[in-house]
Design a protein around this ligand. Structure first.
Ligand SMILES: [Zn+2]
Length: 417
């Protein structure tokens, strides 16, 4: 199959006018100028028309199962208040509410050009039901929590290990998400890290998300410390920053995708870079909680791989009375509006190639190049080549078409042969 587009954004190479992609099976064999491919092929291309063809987006942090909580929780006075609110909301849900919510979230991501999602799975029963029902490439990272559980950390990790190891192999993969420093014990973090290492699984942990969490670990004070003081041991509090805490527990490394990372101590950015840990920023969730400015420059100058995520819709508010949906285009636009120094190229890399790198899929996902999986999406655009990056970042609404693994997953273009 040959796809031809007015503009091609390979991401790993500069934008190309009148571009083409040659696909054999589930892989890209060529991505570049149509004029360079034309002499070597006999079949006529599928013309995608007036648009930009780019790699499918990679959402590096999502909670699909909370999609139907969109806009329902008012922005909290403190982070612990939000945790209490979401726990209360979840207490009324059963399997079918979670499953419908998960699948709606997957549909929203697909409609907005995402082809790969790193999903934190808080409901283990959904694991063998929901991912096979979407064409999305899902990395299901099973959430682990436990601060005063009757089960030992080893039992918790072994149960997760068995559940994940039994799953049929999908287009994505599996991994573990020890939830956060405050909702786990150091022992659970250590056991999760060693289990993930044994299988080569990715890990993702919420870390340094709120001032309250930072104050709990750094200074043994603040609303989160006071809330949890009698629910968990405080032996790990007052011992350093949340990032240092994860490092002491062996959880920082190239397979760790650290979510949020808003509150850093002096050497934290360099420590994350030395360990090869990726960081995922979720701009709209960040704005909802009114966290202080995301330390993009500090992390990026230290050499940390920065990715983009939607987080869950439980940390969103209604927009002009409308329920928000999951979209990395909305996240790119939100970040561009919040950070005037970030470039369209940086934003697009965060939403594609950097997410692939975080998953150990560099060269395979997040870029249009020979050998990469044929995961791509296309958005309408009538302007000039030099404006294409900016236009894609500010794209609104559904995409024109999306392909995953060489198969149209959404809206085969009308002009297709
Ligand atoms: Zn999250």
């Amino acid at each position: 199959m040959i796809l031809r587009s007015r503009i091609l954004l390979p991401i790993s190479a500069p934008p190309v006018a009148d571009g083409a992609v040659l696909i054999l099976g589930d892989r890209i064999r060529f991505a570049g100028a149509w004029a360079d491919l034309r002499p070597h092929v006999s079949e006529s291309p599928t013309d995608l028309g007036e648009g930009v063809l780019l790699p499918g987006l990679i959402n590096a942090h999502c909670h699909l199962d909370y999609t139907h909580l969109a806009g329902q929780l008012a922005p909290p006075a403190s982070f612990p208040d939000w945790i209490k609110a979401i726990l209360a909301a979840k207490a009324t849900w059963g399997f079918s509410e979670y499953a419908r919510s998960w699948l709606d979230g997957a549909r929203q991501l697909l409609a907005s050009g995402t082809t790969t999602v790193v999903n934190i799975e808080s409901v283990p029963e959904l694991l063998d039901v929901c991912p096979p029902l979407t064409p999305l490439r899902v990395w299901s990272l099973l959430e682990l929590t436990g601060v005063r559980s009757r089960r030992s950390p080893i039992e918790i990790a072994e149960e997760a290990e068995h559940r994940l190891a039994e799953l049929p192999k999908g287009r994505g993969g599996v991994g573990l998400s020890p939830h956060s420093p405050y909702s786990t014990t150091p022992e659970l973090l250590r056991v999760a890290a060693s289990t993930a290492r044994r299988y080569g699984w990715p890990l993702s942990t919420h870390v340094a998300e709120s001032q309250a969490e930072f104050d709990m670990f750094m200074y043994r004070r603040g609303p989160m410390f006071e809330w949890l003081e009698h629910q968990r041991s405080a032996d790990d509090c007052g011992t350093g920053s949340p990032v240092q805490h994860l490092d002491r527990c062996g959880l920082l490394g190239p397979s760790q995708i650290a979510a949020h990372v808003n509150y850093l101590w002096h050497d934290d950015a360099r420590l994350l870079a030395r360990r090869g840990t990726s960081v995922v920023h979720c701009p709209q969730s960040h704005a909802y909680f009114r966290h202080h400015c995301f330390p993009r420059t500090e992390l990026s100058e230290a050499g940390v791989n920065l990715c983009l995520g939607t987080d869950s819709l439980a940390s969103t508010r209604l927009r002009a009375g409308l329920v928000p949906t999951l979209s990395l285009f909305d996240e790119m636009r939100a970040m561009a509006n919040a950070d005037s120094m970030v470039t369209p190229r940086e934003l697009l890399e965060m939403a594609t190639i950097n997410g692939a790198r975080a998953l150990g899929q560099d060269g395979r996902l997040g870029q249009l190049c020979p050998g990469a999986k044929a995961d791509l999406t296309t958005v309408p655009f009538h302007g000039d080549l030099e404006d294409a990056l900016e236009a894609v970042v500010h794209h609104t609404g559904p995409v024109m078409a999306t392909m995953i693994n060489g198969t149209w997953a959404r809206m085969q273009p009308a002009t297709a042969a």
